[in-house]
Design a protein around this ligand. Structure first.
Ligand code: SF4
Ligand code: SF4
Length: 384
């Protein structure tokens, strides 16, 4: 690490890696007051970035890996400093030097799975479309209304495959002419980019873009807010522009067009969790709530932190792949907020949030107190 321990050099590297806005920071500390980590431990991304520019050893430590890229700090900053970009810049330096502390060590095998099989689990590529077996799901061909891109978690994770199945059955019920890419689908690359592996992100993105173009894809429907964010806001860096729609936006449109009709009641009190990459990063707060409010019998209640102030589940920024010890899990705090509303179901629309909440639920004594559902799973119940 000696050759990156010089102040000027580190500041220059952060600048070169896209985190230059740190220079505008006047250390007011407003970002620290909203960072969710401070509900659990003492943590300041502001201090880490500043100390790193003085050549301190932050780059080798655990703390640069804590940021979930939730985006709460950026909303507070009076100088438009983008802490997430500075943090990712530091991770890019760590990645280039191969410096991973214990918590970030799983990223090594994640990188290998993404490189060889296009998914973070090192699952076989040929199994990517197994979730669709027995369902009426076709391979995408040019001229279809929309490409459905379920993403890695919905393709392979046993819990989350249920969400892909629910989505396909809703689309079929509404008569949508959709297709999937199956084995030709690759991870979108969003989270590996946030861990600092720019080279692998670019490889995954270029492969996906090549496939989209070769298949004549114009409009992409996604379940994950992370896929949404990267296709919509990051793939245009490659001079392409696909129309990208999140499932909550698309289903809201189908309901308004009269193509999707609810014929059952859902007599439950529920609460909705805004995923960071759907809400804060992309401003989609209303569609999921409006869909839920259209279902007869539902009583929708809000948690103490909602919409712009939503509490992160802890899974963004690649943290979904890292080990977070009990007592440091943001999802435990969020689940507590959900249970406190008296809701019987915590609804969301992000695979990372569902995975983290299901884990947190298992560690609770009252694990029957609340159920975790994707919004499509609720809709599936009221249309069948
Ligand atoms: S809120 Fe902005 S200006 Fe204030 S300390 Fe944080 S990054 Fe710096
Ligand atoms: S993005 Fe979120 S987790 Fe990261 S420093 Fe900002 S507030 Fe904290």
């Amino acid at each position: 690490m000696e050759n990156i321990a010089d102040y000027k050099e580190i500041a220059d590297i952060i600048k070169a890696k896209g985190g230059d806005a740190f220079k505008l920071c006047y250390q007011c500390g407003k970002c620290d007051t909203v960072c969710p980590w401070n509900q659990l431990i003492n943590f300041s991304m502001r201090k880490i970035v500043r100390q790193a520019t003085f050549g301190m050893s932050e780059i080798e430590g655990e703390d640069i890996w804590r940021c979930t890229t939730c985006g709460k700090c950026a909303k507070q900053c009076p100088r438009d400093v983008k802490q997430v970009e500075s943090c990712v810049a530091l991770r890019r330096i760590a990645t280039e030097y191969g410096v991973y502390p214990a918590s970030a060590n799983p990223i090594r095998s994640i990188r290998s799975g993404l490189s060889s099989e296009g998914n973070p689990f090192s699952e076989e590529r040929k199994k990517r479309a197994d979730w669709a077996e027995g369902l009426s799901v076709n391979t995408f061909t040019e001229g279809m209304e929309i490409l459905y891109f379920p993403g890695c978690y919905l393709s392979y994770d046993p819990r989350l495959k249920k969400v892909a199945k629910a989505t396909a059955s809703i689309l079929n019920k509404a008569g949508v002419n959709f297709g999937i890419l199956g084995i030709k689908e690759n991870c979108c690359g969003e989270s590996i980019r946030k861990t600092g592996d720019e080279e692998l992100f670019r490889k995954l993105a270029k492969e996906n873009i090549k496939t989209f173009i070769a298949h004549g894809v114009k409009k992409i429907l996604v379940s994950s807010p992370h896929c949404y964010h990267t296709f919509k806001n990051e793939y245009p860096e490659f001079m392409v522009n696909f129309e990208v729609v999140h499932i909550t936006q698309y289903l809201f449109g189908l309901i308004n067009e009269g193509r999707l009709v609810f014929n059952k009641e859902y007599e439950k009190k529920i609460t909705y969790h805004d995923p960071c990459y759907l809400g804060r990063h992309n401003g989609i707060y209303d569609e999921p709530r409006k869909i839920l409010q259209k279902i007869s019998g539902i009583e929708l209640t809000e948690m103490v932190d909602s919409r712009e102030n939503s509490l992160c589940c802890g899974g963004g920024g690649g943290r979904i792949w890292m080990d977070t010890p009990k007592g440091e899990r943001l999802s435990d705090l969020r689940l507590e907020q959900a249970v406190a509303t008296g809701a019987k179901v915590l609804v969301t629309s992000c695979p990372y949030c569902i995975a983290n909440f299901e884990d947190s639920l298992l560690s609770r004594k009252d694990s029957e107190a609340i159920k975790i559902k994707d919004i499509t799973e609720i809709i599936q119940e009221v249309i069948s």
